[in-house]
Design a protein around this ligand. Structure first.
Ligand SMILES: Nc1ncnc2c1ncn2[C@@H]1O[C@H](COP(=O)(O)OP(=O)(O)OP(=O)(O)O)[C@@H](O)[C@H]1O
Ligand SMILES: [Mg+2]
Length: 601
């Protein structure tokens, strides 16, 4: 079997293709990994930037609210000074203004006299502290109106009072012009710090589950997603919620940044997120909420910052951001995997298909070569037959007439008188030999005459039985034992019974002639692969290897009286039926002739 070069080359290239595919995959994976890391960094930082913007918005909102309240305080002072009432009943106007004070942000409005005693007070009825620790009026001295800062408002530190966290605002009440210098009293707002913060953070969500929290300058939470944390120290609630974790990073960050009025972004490990108590990596963006002693107004010089400030932070789990990237990554690696699999599978398939293709091709080439060889042999054989035939017919034509003349003359001579017995014997011999030659000429003529099989449907077995019956006397005479094994289910098919009879007769005759000292003749029929097989075996003298190659040649014979045409004719007939004859023989052991005939001629 010859090898087809193409798949061989492919097989050699295969490791190269795999290494290439692997290198490509590693490259893609590396590029994918670094790109996704970069994307993660960019998206994370973008996300935190957004959180910072949100924190600034909250900070602005709270500052605006305080600024608005500062303006309200100034407006009340104005009204008070116009009415010049420092004691007694509150005017309807002040009451009306108080009603306007932003839906409960102000818990209490007080007017203090020069000694710091409240001389007039309005208060949220639901909030009833025993007493309100008031700031020292001395603190107001630097706030007395100057040309530069006529409206400076003192903002105290937030403190806890009667269940609320309050932020005091105080504006000095100077003597009216011409009535003295210094402070005759003050007007105070006590603000609900938590309420103000909550209004600003209401509905704020960062990402899908992130939230905002606000602390004051002492680290007290004024707002948090967990309501129970509100009003408690941020350092304590963290520990209380999940004591297993160290909060050093976020605690340090809170002290170093948030409680130092700084703005920034960071990452830290939290012990929970919303109701889930698990370690959660979070992103945090924070910004201060500074307060100023004069209300914000355009075109003013930068006001002095107050002592009190708060800080707002936005936090969200990194997972929310990186989760997005991860799903992208997974998709990307899935694609790489599919790509890799495709390459492996594709190359494998290619090799498989091409190797199959190669073996089928090799088989096909072998089959065709064999067919070609056979048809070539057939051609040579038939050409040889044709040549022999034309020569034989020519020779027989030339011989026939003189032979008839010789035979006729010999007969005439025999009939004439006066012949001695010995002479008559000689004439007999001449006639006998002449008739033998004439018979041979008939055989040669039969052989050379081109015939096409006249096929009719029938069974081979009955034909064999017929021949055996015909030959029976020969077998008995030569002490030949017959062994018959004919398949009773042998399918019928189309063949020329006269021609096949001749073939079988030739083969059986040859077998008998090879067993002059007796033996066993075997005849077997069976179907296989859409063919009928006829095996004729003998235990005769066998055929030597050098004779095997010449067996089917016309006139090849090893017998004294043989013409050497039996097998040549048989071969021609079988091949005219699209069949074949195979020989297996061993000297002194016997010979087996196998005839194959296709069921579909
Ligand atoms: N069964 C066999 N056993 C041994 N030799 C055989 C057998 N069949 C054929 N041969 C050999 O093949 C030769 C050719 O056979 P083939 O039948 O063509 O011619 P033949 O038998 O010699 O003469 P013919 O058949 O024309 O009378 C034989 O002479 C014989 O040597
Ligand atoms: Mg013969």
């Amino acid at each position: 079997m010859k090898n087809i070069p193409f798949p061989g080359l492919l097989k050699k290239l295969l490791p190269l293709i795999y290494v290439g595919a692997l290198a490509l995959t590693v490259l893609i994976a590396y590029v994918g990994y670094s790109t996704s890391r970069q994307a993660q960094e960019i998206i994370t930082s973008q996300f935190n930037q957004q959180q910072l913007i949100l924190a600034r918005k909250i900070s602005d909102h709270i500052q605006n609210q305080i600024s608005h309240l500062q303006k309200s305080l100034l407006a009340i002072r104005e009204t008070w000074q116009v009415n010049k009432k420092i004691s007694g009943q509150a005017s309807a106007e002040i009451l009306w203004q108080y009603q306007q004070l932003l839906s409960g942000d102000v818990l209490s409005l007080m007017v203090l006299n020069g000694q710091g005693q409240p001389v007039w007070r309005l208060q949220d009825p639901s909030w009833t502290p025993k007493e309100i620790p008031l700031p020292e009026l001395k603190a107001l001295e630097p706030f007395l109106p100057t040309p530069l800062s006529p409206n400076r408002i003192w903002i105290g530190r937030t403190f806890s009072l009667a269940g609320k966290w309050v932020l005091p605002l105080m504006v000095p009440l100077p003597y009216p012009k011409g009535h003295g210098t210094g402070v005759q009293g003050a007007i105070v707002f006590i603000l609900d710090a938590i309420q103000i913060v909550k209004k600003a953070t209401f509905g704020v969500v960062s990402g899908s589950t992130g939230y905002a929290w606000v602390i004051n300058s002492q680290g007290i939470l004024f707002d948090h997603f967990e309501n129970e944390f509100v009003g408690r120290s941020i350092f304590e609630v963290r520990k209380a919620r999940n004591p297993q974790l160290s909060y050093k990073i976020i605690d340090d960050l809170t002290r170093r940044e948030l409680l130092q009025k700084k703005e920034g972004m960071a990452q830290y490990l939290s012990g929970w997120h919303r109701s889930k108590l698990t370690k959660t990596e979070k992103l945090i963006a924070y910004t201060p909420i500074p307060f100023f002693e004069t209300p914000e107004r355009q075109g003013r010089p930068q006001p002095l910052p107050a002592e009190e400030f708060w800080s707002v932070a936005l936090v969200a789990p990194i997972e929310e951001v990186s989760g997005l990237i991860r799903s992208l990554n997974i998709r990307q690696f899935l694609l790489i995997g599919i790509f890799q699999l495709l390459i492996i599978f594709g190359t494998g398939m290619l090799v498989f298909i091409s190797s199959r293709w190669s073996s089928t091709l090799t088989l096909e080439v072998d089959r065709k070569t064999e067919e070609l060889k056979k048809s070539q042999e057939k051609l040579i054989h038939s050409e040889r037959l044709a040549a022999v035939g034309s020569m034989a017919s020519h020779v027989s034509h030339e011989i026939k007439n003189p032979l008839i003349a010789i035979g006729g003359l010999a007969q005439q001579l025999k009939r004439s008188a006066n012949l001695e017995d010995r002479e008559k014997e000689k004439l007999d011999l001449i006639t006998k030999e002449v008739s033998r030659l004439e018979n041979m000429l008939i055989e040669v003529r039969d052989f050379t005459r081109p015939t096409t099989p006249r096929k009719i449907k029938g069974g081979i077995n009955p034909l064999i039985q017929e021949i055996l019956a015909l030959m029976k006397p020969v077998f008995t005479d030569q002490q030949i034992e017959i062994q018959i094994d004919l398949d009773p289910h042998l399918p019928e098919f189309e063949f020329d019974p006269e021609q096949l009879k001749q073939v079988l007769l030739n083969l059986i005759k040859n077998a008998a002639e090879a067993m002059t000292a007796g033996g066993r003749l075997g005849i077997k029929t069976y179907p296989r692969a859409a063919k009928v097989f006829i095996e004729i075996s003998d235990t005769g003298k066998g055929i030597s290897p050098e004779h095997l190659t010449n067996l089917f040649r016309p006139f090849f014979t090893t017998k004294k009286k043989g013409t050497g045409l039996g097998l040549a004719v048989s071969y021609k007939i079988i091949h005219d039926h699209n069949g074949d004859i195979q020989v297996a023989s061993e000297v002194n052991q016997g010979t087996r002739m196998v005839v194959q005939l296709p069921l579909q001629g």
